[in-house]
Design a protein around this ligand. Structure first.
Ligand code: NAD
Ligand code: MG
Length: 384
């Protein structure tokens, strides 16, 4: 019995609902608290099924509605950032699954680490913007940060039992997204529907667009740098369209250790929740007789500029990865609202980065300022 007591930030999303599926199949896991943006219907269902002590909704209206609907239960309902921060430090919670999308997860994640919670981290945007705060803080508090992102889980699993000092390279695999093989000219009139069709993974809308631009891979390079303490020049992105190898680690003697599996986020989620143990899991397993081939390519960084821009952001350091991330968040939401074209996402990130003056070692306030500045840059640039 592991008896994990879990809080989930972003319980109504892709990672959040899959986390709850894992809880459902592990009867000794208990949900203590759930938080989500605005989906009151699903949150009500989740609250009735998992009976948490606390539910948090982002807006006051959504919280009010949920409070009304759950008035026959003992569930407490809170709203906004105060609600997220209250959830993050609840004494009953052992593991916080950070499955919220975007930089909004930053402050609750820091609060949870300070309160000694184990972090099952899906919300890569927090590490991208504040890795320099989160990693030393987690080390000081002796709080493990367990990766949920499939590539980082694979790297983590490939490092178990090995000395991190003997790692020579991380090989971060990428599916290449729905537009692999296309050139810039062919991406001029990409629609939202085209970009939302990911070949291998079913995920939230923002990360699906990020996978099409390769910004997701860029964010993952930065995430890997912080999680594993590897310099960016030793993180090599390898396009592997079948998504069978979830990532690999090369050691100083040339040995390469990889983790393979079917593309299903439930495995990395469950591993983060059961670590250091493994438990059986239902579902399809790899069949090597069926798997006729695995192929590998170099990423096309001339077309998919989201990846080289991430290396530029790390090289500039300080607050620049925040600008890369924030400009992308804003540009993706404009694209999803059909206000800009697909390739303009790159132009807006590039422009926001060129416009930014780097602040070294930014505090949380300075990170939020850099975010606001990137948003303003895009707003004014869009109006111009
Ligand atoms: P999603 O859009 O499906 O879900 C996001 C969740 O966050 C929802 O529950 C939503 O209600 C909640 N949320 C959004 N804004 C909020 C706010 N202001 N306050 C409270 N809750 C809010 O996203 P997703 O695909 O599940 O991704 C979540 C995170 O996990 C992202 O950081 C993503 O990069 C990362 N991730 C996802 C996958 C995947 O397969 N989906 C894989 C790896 C990493
Ligand atoms: Mg990933």
């Amino acid at each position: 019995m592991l008896e994990r007591k879990i809080g989930i930030l972003g319980s109504t999303g892709s990672i959040g609902t899959q986390t709850l599926e894992i809880v459902r199949s592990n009867p000794d896991f208990k949900v203590i608290a759930l938080a989500a943006g605005s989906n009151v219907d699903l949150m009500e269902k989740q609250a009735r099924e998992f009976q948490p002590e606390l539910c948090v909704m982002w807006t006051e209206e959504a919280a009010k509605e949920l409070r009304l609907r759950l008035s026959d239960t003992s569930v407490t309902v809170l709203a906004g950032m105060d609600g997220l921060l209250t959830l993050a430090v609840m004494p009953e919670i052992q593991i916080l699954v950070t499955a919220i999308v975007g930089m909004i997860g930053l402050r609750p994640t820091i609060a949870a680490i300070k309160a000694g919670k184990i972090i099952a981290l899906a919300n890569k945007e927090t590490l991208v913007t504040a890795g320099h705060i989160i990693i030393p803080l987690a080390a000081k508090m002796q709080v493990p940060i367990l990766p949920v992102d499939s590539e980082h889980s694979a790297i983590f699993q490939s490092m178990c039992g090995q000395s991190r000092k003997k790692v020579s390279k991380i090989l971060l695999t990428a599916s290449g997204g729905p537009f692999r093989g296309k050139k810039r000219q062919e991406l001029l009139d990409i629609t939202v529907e085209d970009a939302l069709k990911h070949p291998n993974w079913s995920m939230g809308r923002k990360i699906t667009i990020d996978s099409a631009t390769l910004v997701n891979k860029g964010l993952e390079v930065i995430e890997a740098k912080w999680l594993f303490g590897v310099e960016p020049e030793n993180i090599q992105v390898v396009v592997h369209p079948q998504s069978v190898i979830h990532s690999m680690v090369e050691y100083v003697d040339g040995a390469v250790i990889a983790q393979l599996g079917v593309p299903d986020m439930k495995l990395p989620i469950q591993y983060a929740l059961t670590y250091p143990y493994r438990r059986p899991m239902e579902g399809k397993k790899l069949d090597f007789y069926e798997l006729s081939s695995m192929t590998f390519e170099k990423p096309d960084t001339d077309t998919f500029k989201g990846l080289p821009m991430a290396y530029d952001a790390i090289a500039a350091g300080g607050s620049m990865p925040t600008v890369y991330n924030a400009a992308n968040e804003k540009a993706v939401s404009l694209f999803l609202n059909r206000e800009i074209k697909f390739l303009e996402i790159y132009d807006l990130i590039q422009g926001a980065m060129e416009n930014h003056k780097v602040k070294e070692n930014p505090t949380v306030e300075e990170i939020l300022e850099a975010e606001a500045e990137a948003y303003e840059y895009i707003d004014s640039h869009r109006r111009a």
